[in-house]
Each structure stands twice: as structure tokens, then as C-alpha cells.
Design a protein around this ligand. Sequence first.
Ligand SMILES: Nc1nc2c(ncn2[C@@H]2O[C@H](COP(=O)(O)OP(=O)(O)OP(=O)(O)O)[C@@H](O)[C@H]2O)c(=O)[nH]1
Length: 197
Amino acid sequence: MNDIKVAVLGSEGVGKSALIVRFLTRRFIGEYASSSECIYRKHMSIDGRQLHLELYDPCSQPCEGKSTLNEQIHWADGFVVVYDISDRSSFLTAKAIVHLIRELHLGGSKSRDTDSVIFLVGNKQDLCHMREVDREEGQKLASERRCQFYELSAAEHYQEGPKPLGGKAKERRRRPSGSKSMAKLINNVFGKRRKSV
Ligand SMILES: Nc1nc2c(ncn2[C@@H]2O[C@H](COP(=O)(O)OP(=O)(O)OP(=O)(O)O)[C@@H](O)[C@H]2O)c(=O)[nH]1
């Protein structure tokens, strides 16, 4: 069975927990209280392959024994870096995180022959009337840093499906099979409209 470790990173309140909970429960839960960092585990079968997914949701609040961002980045095989399209500062944080991931995973102890998979996610697309980050900016960052890019909404009623952007260069590159599964897995997670309740 393939083990896949995914860290969901980003500023406080961008919707990391909402996205994870939606994936795990297929529901949007508006006020999901998390006061400590968590690892969620899930077994999945994709195209007949069994995957053991570990999803890491850091707590944005300082708490005892909290791991550092560097430790979180070293732990993970892949990343979902989330910002809120209605909050520019969260985009700047996402940018810094993506830069750091690329830096640490190139020069770090993990020997890698290819890039780690990073999904850059502009969440809260339902708040586009309050948009502070253009879709093009997200797309540009994604293409500069070799990420897959999505704008989406963890909130329930938003109807437009996410559009993968800037993925052409990525499609040409080869990834190790675990990362490939993860990409597929996360596509499965974030790439489909989910029914709300
Ligand atoms: N409108 C809208 N609100 C959202 C969306 N996703 C999350 N929220 C709301 O944003 C707030 C923060 O969501 P969380 O999932 O707790 O965000 P987080 O990034 O996990 O926050 P921390 O755990 O504090 O880092 C909550 O009130 C959610 O209901 C979305 O797609 N659209």
C-alpha cells in the first residue's frame, strides 16, 4: 500500500479545516473548531490501488508542542497550500510557503529526483465580489513555482467546478508513482463538486 503524506498549509482562517472536513465527510461544516494540530488518516482505493493518506492540518494558533513550518514541510510528500481570494495577506503567506517548500525540498535532507507536488488553492471563490487576489496572480505564482492551481470554494452552494490551470508544464514532467497517486488523489479530493447538506 502506498503511504501519502499531505500537509495542508496556509494562513489562519483561509479554510484549511473546512477543505479537509469536506473531503473527509463530504460536507461543508461552517464552524469547524480546531485548537490543536491534527493528522487525519484515510484509506482510499483509486484505480484499484490502495492508498493510505495522512492529511496534516496544522493549528494556526500557538499551542504546546506545535511543530514548526520547516518540520511540517520536511514531514510531507505533498502539499496543499491554501489562501483566501478575498484576503491578499493570505496570498502573500501562501507565496512565502510555496517558496520555502521549494527551497527546503531542493536543499533538504530528503533526496528527491523530482519536485514535490504542490497544489496552490485559492479558496472562498464564493466571495469573488470581495476578491483581493486576481485569478491570474494565483495562476502566475503556480506556473513560476511549478504548482497545480485551483480556485474553489469549500462552502456548500458554490456551483462552478474548479479549473486546473497552469498544469501544462507539469503534465510533461515525470513524477514518482507515489506523487502521481497523490496528484490524482488530491484531484479526486478537490477536483469534484461535492454535495452539501
Ligand atoms: N465563504 C466561505 N467561507 C469559508 C469557506 N471555507 C471556509 N470558510 C469559513 O472560513 C472560516 C475559517 O475556516 P477554517 O476551515 O477554520 O480555516 P482554517 O484555515 O482551518 O483556520 P485555522 O485552523 O484557524 O488556521 C470559517 O468560518 C469557515 O466557515 C469558503 O469556501 N467560503
